[in-house]
Design a protein around this ligand. Structure first.
Ligand code: SF4
Length: 723
């Protein structure tokens, strides 16, 4: 017992940040909340600095505890009651839709929202608002890998095997991934892999903390990974590493790929990428002769206007070597955001319904509409991908009102200056967040939301493992959960006659009723478990089938892997052992060809620019920039450049520089490092204002996934005046 005689309270839960979803215990004694690491399969008791400090934001002085409304007279955000804020939203949405049609309202979600919230948000958009415009920031995260996985394997699950398999691989190829900084506890698997005598090969234009641990580091010019992959397959063919029997019995389309990779002889790939032929050959040999080999991609390979094709080239390589579905082998993608995997399965993507169903599939529409209790023909069709949506806001052809949950596009979107001005052009911008993010600061209405330790729910980690997030305490006075906000808004919209028969949850459990008349004084309770129960039914029969997963079942285990159609049958930690999720059970090869970056260097913009993350910050930095220890560890943005380039430009270490592209500029101190190629500069994207790296990034998008080209554009570097 504590000093006051109150028993300490503890819950087992998971870190609020990245897709590793490290296990942790939260403990409350008096007013003090501490984080204790927990032995869980993904982190084995390890936590990174972000996880250790994650409780600091729960009682942070910057935390929002009352709704804010923009005062038309002063233009400032002012505290308001929940009734006033929600009425303003319901009235505003009604006005916009009356004047401009249903699609004039859009919803923007996030890859950090729980499964329950992602599901409820998709349903809210399609049924309460009846708009086709919903998408989310996961489009900026791993949509290219998702699309490549779908077309090759018929399903998209980041890792189709448990993380622990990494430790048993004889050869591990990491492409554009830097887990030593983005997911440090994952490094234990890399260490184990090398201690068992395995070979680690990293492909990255920078000698990152991960690349420095590798047996072999390939350092290609940004934007040439696809050519590297095709050359590796070319070598595998000529050196006899291709698994002919696997290709014949488990795949289709290899002949077309043969023709493409025939042209990628190693010397040609070296001339384009700068990776020596000997290193390409050593990589192909290490993969081709290994008993167990794994190929992993992450944002470095994926965030390109040819991201889907780049990932496909590595999938082709893995298939030709016979890896997917073989024990301890395969292809996988390291998802980034906390619920990057679950966030894209339950219907907050523009073209999808729950269960990872296509929104234009009549059977899928009929199933989901039945669960939702609405006629299928009333469900809207597909919307547009995130960047296209954001770039159309406030224009003559785009939505006039936007609701944002769990995202901060002012910092995280490409060509962010333009997106910021689009948000300013809206008739109504609503942001639900627990801090005044840069996007919330532009809003007409800001709704203060609960944090991860204040509500129950589930997350699906990078392995497709569904986990339980547990509440340590209720939200503080004045704060509501996202689900409660959606339920309340639903009620108000119903009262205004817009959605007379709609309920946020259709289940036999506690209902979130929205019966007309319920708004006056009666606030519907939003029960995440009831939402999950409905999600199970909506997902049943889909690719991401959660029908056999219950909160109780998760509580009894270390999480449950989807697909899991039945509660009395085992879940699916490993996929593809016998067949792929395609109609004929065969994986598909797709021939893919290198093409230049959407924007190439020129005399005016002579340098390649690429972005990424640092250890002590997370995503747009709204949260981690406010945590004292993380701020001390990574206090400001920087521009990393090679000493040779710095010498040519006359730039000293620490001196402020300006990075300028055709779309904008930002400034930050120079950080000289031999870890980067002399023709490339790097900056992290966690900072806002004058240091916002996304002010310069390119908004060219992949034609299949809609992924913007964050990882390469053309810039020039200038010395900036000292502050
Ligand atoms: Fe949290 Fe990811 Fe760090 Fe684990 S690695 S503690 S999940 S931020």
């Amino acid at each position: 017992a504590t000093r006051t005689g109150q028993a300490p309270r503890e819950v087992t839960t998971h870190c609020p940040y990245c897709a590793l979803q490290c296990g942790m215990t939260l403990r409350q004694e008096e007013d003090r909340i501490s984080v204790l690491p927990r032995d869980f399969p993904t982190n084995r008791g390890g936590l990174c600095q972000k996880g250790w400090t994650s409780a600091e934001l729960l009682d942070h002085p910057d935390r929002l505890t009352t709704p804010l409304l923009r005062d038309p007279a002063t233009g400032r955000l002012q505290p308001a009651s929940w009734d006033a804020a929600l009425d303003r939203i319901a009235t505003g949405l009604g006005e916009v839709q009356r004047r401009h049609g249903r699609d004039a309202v859009a919803v923007f979600g996030g890859g950090g929202l729980t499964n329950e919230k992602a599901y409820a948000l998709g349903k809210f958009a399609r049924v309460a608002l009846r708009t086709r415009h919903i998408d989310y920031n996961g489009r900026f995260c791993m949509s290219s890998a998702a699309a490549a996985g779908m077309r090759a394997f018929g399903v998209d699950r980041g890792l189709p095997f448990p993380l622990a398999d990494l430790g048993r691989a004889d050869t591990l190829l990491l492409v554009g991934a830097n887990p030593a900084e983005t997911m440090p506890p994952l490094v234990r698997w890399l260490t184990e892999q090398r201690q068992r005598g395995g070979t680690l090969i990293v492909v990255d234009p920078r000698a990152t903390a991960t690349a420095r641990q590798a047996d072999l580091h390939l350092q290609p010019l940004p934007g040439t990974d696809l050519a590297v992959a095709n050359a590796l397959l070319h070598i595998a063919l000529t050196e006899g590493y291709v698994d002919g029997s696997y290709v014949a019995t488990r795949t289709s389309g290899f002949t077309d790929v043969l023709r493409t990779v025939a042209g990628w002889w190693p010397a040609r790939a070296e001339a384009l990428s700068g990776v020596p032929v000997a290193d390409l050959e050593a990589t192909a040999r290490a993969l081709g002769t290994a008993e167990r080999a794994i190929v992993l991609t992450a944002r470095g390979a994926e965030q390109h206007a040819k991201g889907v094709d780049t990932v496909t080239a590595f999938v082709n390589l893995a298939l030709a070597l016979g890896l997917p579905g073989r024990p301890g082998s395969g292809y996988g993608c390291l998802t980034g955001q906390g619920n990057g995997q679950g966030g894209r399965e339950h219907g907050q993507k523009a073209d999808q319904l729950p269960g990872y169903r296509k929104i234009d599939d009549p059977e899928a529409r009929a199933h989901v509409a039945e669960v939702w209790g609405v006629p299928a023909h009333e469900l809207p069709g597909a919307g547009v991908p995130a960047y296209q949506l954001l770039d159309s806001l406030g224009t003559t052809h785009g939505p006039r009102a936007l609701l944002v949950f769990g995202s901060n596009p002012v910092v995280s979107a490409p060509r962010a200056t333009r997106i910021e001005s689009r948000l300013r052009d809206l008739d109504l911008l609503v942001v639900a967040d627990f801090l005044l993010s840069e996007t919330a600061a532009l809003a007409d209405v800001v709704l203060p939301t609960a944090q991860w330790a204040e509500e129950d729910g589930t997350m699906t980690n990078l392995e497709g493992r569904v986990l339980r997030r547990r509440a340590l305490r209720p939200p503080p006075t004045g704060v509501r959960t996202d689900l409660a906000i959606l339920a309340d808004l639903t009620t108000r919209l119903a009262v205004k006659g817009r959605v007379p028969s709609y309920r946020l949850v259709h289940s036999k459990g506690p209902l979130l009723t929205s019966k007309p008349g319920a708004a006056a004084g009666e606030r519907p309770a939003a029960d995440p478990q009831a939402v999950f129960e409905e999600l199970r039914r909506a997902s049943a029969g889909g690719l991401a089938d959660y029908a056999g997963i219950s909160w109780d079942r998760i509580d009894e285990t270390d999480g449950v892997f989807w697909p899991c159609p039945r509660s009395d049958e085992p879940d699916s930690p490993r996929l593809f052992a016998d067949r792929f999720a395609t109609p004929d059970g065969l994986a598909r090869f797709h021939p893919v060809e290198h093409r230049p970056a959407a924007e190439e260097i020129c005399p005016e913009y002579p340098l390649h620019f690429t972005t990424g993350r640092v250890l002590a910050q997370y995503q747009s930095g709204t949260q981690t920039r406010r945590v004292a220890a993380l701020r001390r560890a990574a206090p400001e943005a920087f521009v990393e450049l090679h000493p040779d380039l710095a010498g040519r430009l006359g730039v000293a270490d620490g001196e402020p520089v300006r990075v300028v592209s055709r779309r904008g500029e930002f400034r930050a101190p120079a950080r000289l490092s031999p870890a980067i190629r002399p023709d490339t500069v790097f900056a992290p994207f966690h900072w806002a204002g004058a240091a916002r790296a996304n002010s310069v990034t390119n908004d060219a998008v992949d034609p299949i996934s809609g992924m913007p080209e964050f990882k390469i554009c053309a810039v020039r570097l200038e010395k900036a005046a000292q502050d």
